[in-house]
Ligand binder design. Structure first.
Ligand code: SF4
Ligand code: SF4
Length: 228
C-alpha cells in the first residue's frame, strides 16, 4: 500500500492499520512497506478524507495482496480460496476427503506483527517432524518449491493455514503440538475441524474427553453438489 501526494496529514488513518505500518513523516502519512501486509483495511475503510491510499503496483505487493485482503468486496475467490488441498467446505454430496477422517485446519497469524512466509515453513517442517503431514493452504504453496529465498522468507502476510487430514482421535495431540509451536514462536493459531456429518458424534466424543467444547456448524451448498 502507498499514500499519494494528496495526503493532508490529518492522521485519521493511523489507528486503522492492522500492523502499525502507517507513520507520519513531514506532516504526511507514509507506509512502511516491510511491515505492510496488504490487508487493505486503510483503503477499504474509506477513512481517508482525500482518498490518498493507493494499491502499490509493485510485484511483491501484488503477490502479497491475496493473502491479506480482509474484506469480502476485495477478495477474489479465484485466487484466495481455490486450490486449497482439501477444502474445509467439503460436504456430504461431494466429499473431498475420506469419509472416516476429519480435516484439521490451523490458521496461523501474529496480530500486529504479521506472519512471515518463513514462519509458515518453520511450522510446516516442525509439524512434519512430529509425524503430521501438513499441506500449506492457498497460494503459499506456490512459493515453496525447492525452498524459500531469503527475500521471500522475510515477507509478511496477514495469515496462512495448514491443513492435516487425520483420525478424530488424534485431534487432541495435534492441538497440543500446534499450541506448543505457536507459543514458542509468538504466533496465534485458530483451529477448525471439518468433515462429513456422520463423523460429528465421534469427533465430539473425542473433544469432550479432551475437555474441548465443539459447536457443530453446518454448511449447505444448494445445487452445487455432484451426485456420486
Ligand atoms: S494495507 Fe493493511 S498493513 Fe498495509 S498500510 Fe494498509 S492497513 Fe496497514
Ligand atoms: S487519512 Fe488520508 S489524509 Fe489523513 S493522514 Fe491518512 S492518508 Fe493522509
Amino acid at each position: 500500500m502507498k499514500v499519494n501526494e494528496t495526503c493532508v496529514g490529518c492522521e485519521a488513518c493511523l489507528p486503522y492499520c492492522t500492523q502499525g505500518a502507517i507513520f507520519m513523516e513531514e506532516a504526511r502519512a507514509s507506509v512502511n512497506r516491510d511491515l505492510c501486509v496488504e490487508c487493505g483495511v486503510c483503503i477499504d475503510s474509506e477513512i481517508c478524507p482525500v482518498s490518498a491510499f493507493e494499491e502499490d503496483p509493485d510485484d511483491l505487493a501484488a503477490f502479497k495482496r491475496p493473502f491479506g485482503r480482509l474484506l469480502a468486496k476485495h477478495t477474489d475467490s479465484k485466487t484466495v480460496t481455490k486450490g486449497s488441498g482439501y477444502d474445509v467446505k467439503t460436504n456430504d454430496a461431494n466429499p473431498k476427503l475420506p469419509a472416516d477422517k476429519m480435516v484439521m485446519r490451523l490458521e496461523i497469524n501474529r496480530p500486529r506483527g504479521g506472519l512471515k512466509f518463513g514462519d509458515i515453513e518453520r511450522m510446516r517442517a516442525e509439524m512434519e517432524r512430529l509425524g503430521w503431514n501438513p499441506k500449506v493452504g492457498s497460494r503459499a504453496r506456490s512459493i515453496r518449491g525447492d525452498g524459500l529465498s531469503e527475500k521471500m522468507a522475510g515477507q509478511r502476510i496477514l495469515t496462512c493455514h495448514l491443513e492435516v487430514i487425520l483420525d478424530p482421535e488424534k485431534i487432541p495431540q495435534i492441538v497440543r503440538d500446534a499450541t506448543q509451536f505457536v507459543n514458542a514462536h509468538d504466533l496465534w493459531v485458530s483451529i477448525n475441524v471439518a468433515g462429513v456429518a456422520a463423523m460429528i458424534d465421534r469427533t465430539q466424543a473425542v473433544l469432550k474427553d479432551a475437555g474441548v467444547y465443539m459447536e457443530p456448524v453446518a454448511k449447505v451448498n444448494l445445487g452445487l453438489g455432484r451426485r456420486q
